[in-house]
Design a protein around this ligand. Structure first.
Ligand code: ATP
Ligand code: MG
Length: 353
């Protein structure tokens, strides 16, 4: 197959980790006889430095001619004092909004070789295999009106039926392709948006009789995520609850540098990026863990290109390299062998070859 991919390295460790993922994609292309056309564009701080715009027209144009987007990370101290329209994060919000990428998908899976670095007891963390499906373009972070004065502030939490229906459908479909369990998370005892959310989930469940559905309140979900995380399969929730729960879930496996994510829409087009940020403290030192970005590329192969075998090959290579005792500096594992970004990536490429 022939596919076009826009690569947005971004800032901080972004260029180092995307380069690793690109090498993996090139190796996959060779081994499975695909052609991946790669185009590099600017976003975030790198774009602000170049043309004073965190999401240049040129970047949008190239992305819209692509089958998928691979992103590193944006932001860093260099731009922290910039006025709000010249902030790197603006580029990320704008690209999600521009392409209508309403579904943020974050798988969290325990990796046996890394269990010692989890803050949870081994028995609690070891069987975790869940996916958080977070609504990404509506809710409290986007609804109008908003205002702030010296002694008053207002934010609005609004959701339309259409916005809820499409994210709920996405989640039911993911649940169906996995263990068939869906937890819909809301605050329906207090919020009207949550009451509508629950009604729509109840309507939608008729179409997915094979999926076991449970409604949960966000507060008790936050507790259960720590006490019994392996009980979850797929979790679907609105924007802010999903923001908080997905950060909570990301620490369970003890390794921020391992977690991939995708921001997508119905047709699978989307932005594939690591959960971690630009890690300015280690940028440019060839120390970053590229696994999250490599696993995001695997998600791209699976979700955007329907290349299941290729995706599984990448994941297996990553896990084999870890199981053989090869780690990057961020992973706290006793008796580990610490490799640089490029050395660790080379091991993965060897596995793939
Ligand atoms: P952002 O605001 O962009 O999310 P952040 O400061 O919240 O940034 P990260 O940039 O993800 O979070 O970094 C948090 C810590 O984790 C930093 O100390 C960073 O060095 C470390 N870290 C994050 N990602 C990686 C990685 N891929 N490899 C090694 N260390 C990492
Ligand atoms: Mg952060």
């Amino acid at each position: 197959m022939e596919k076009t991919i826009t690569v947005l390295p971004g800032d901080g460790i972004g260029p180092e980790v995307t380069e690793a993922a690109v090498k993996v994609l090139q190796t996959i292309a060779k081994r499975f006889n695909h052609t991946f056309n790669l185009h590099y564009e600017l976003i975030g701080g790198a774009a602000i430095d170049d043309c004073e715009n965190p999401l240049p027209e040129e970047t949008i144009k190239q992305c819209s001619q692509s089958d998928a987007i691979l992103l590193g990370a944006v932001g860093g101290p260099k731009w922290d004092q910039n006025p709000s329209h010249l902030r790197p994060e603006k580029g990320l919000l704008a690209i999600r909004k521009h392409f209508g990428l309403y579904a943020n998908i974050r798988p969290v899976k325990a990796i046996p070789a890394l269990l010692d670095s989890s803050p949870l007891k081994k028995e609690v963390a070891e069987n975790v295999d869940l996916v958080i499906v977070r609504e990404l373009t509506g809710g409290l972070y986007f609804s109008e009106p908003r205002e702030k004065s010296h002694d008053h502030a207002l934010d609005t939490l609004a959701y339309s039926r259409t916005e809820i229906e499409r994210i709920v459908d996405t989640a039911f479909q993911i649940a169906r392709s996995r263990r068939g369990k869906l937890a819909s998370v809301d605050k329906a005892n207090v919020l009207d948006t949550s009451k509508l959310w629950r009604e729509i989930v109840e309507e939608k469940r008729q179409n997915y009789p094979d999926v076991e559905l449970e409604h949960m309140l966000v507060d008790s979900t936050a507790m259960k995520m720590i006490t019994q995380p392996s009980a979850f399969d797929v979790i679907v929730t609105e924007n802010m609850f999903g923001d908080i729960l997905s950060d909570e879930a990301s620490v369970i496996t003890g390794s921020l540098g391992m977690l991939p994510s995708a921001s997508t829409r119905e047709d699978g087009f989307g932005l594939y990026e690591p959960v971690h940020g630009s890690a300015p403290d280690i940028a440019g030192q060839n120390k970053a863990n590229p696994a999250a970005t490599i696993l995001s590329a695997a998600m791209m192969l699976r979700e955007a290109f329907q290349m299941e075998t290729e995706a599984a090959a990448v994941e297996e290579a990553v896990f084999n390299v870890l199981n053989d005792g090869n780690f990057t500096g961020d992973l706290q594992v006793e008796g580990k062998r610490v490799l640089s970004t490029t050395e660790w990536t080379a091991k993965v490429l060897e596995e793939l070859d």
